[in-house]
Design a binder for this molecule. Structure first.
Ligand SMILES: [Zn+2]
Length: 108
């Protein structure tokens, strides 16, 4: 069974050398975390636990510039960074999907 939460983070970024995205601008990034596990006793894990973990990871970046953390902060690289940090904190198999604005996303 799968269980998921959605959270958001607002960040600035620019993509060095990119014709359109080379100028500093901002996005609201929607972050979806989906874990997989068995619902023992009716629950895989408490939503509150997933929310707390995700918020802690995202709080490091909220209202910050991704370029302070990544050389090339594409949505792919942001997704990879968040996946690595969530992996340290989540015992279940999971995927993380990061939306950059509307209709554009990366998943790992
Ligand atoms: Zn952008």
């Amino acid at each position: 069974m799968k269980l998921g939460i959605t959270d958001h983070v607002d960040c600035a970024h620019y993509l060095p050398g990119h014709p359109k995205c080379g100028q500093m601008h901002g996005h609201t990034y929607r972050v979806e975390l989906i874990i997989e596990g068995h619902a023992q006793g009716g629950m895989i894990v408490d939503f509150a636990e997933l929310k707390t973990i995700t918020r802690k990871v995202l709080a490091q970046y909220d209202h910050r510039n991704w370029n302070d953390f990544l050389e090339f902060p594409s949505v792919e690289n942001i997704c990879q960074l968040l996946h690595a940090q969530l992996k340290e904190r989540i015992a279940f198999p999971f995927v993380v999907r990061v939306f950059e604005g509307h209709g554009k996303w990366a998943e790992m």
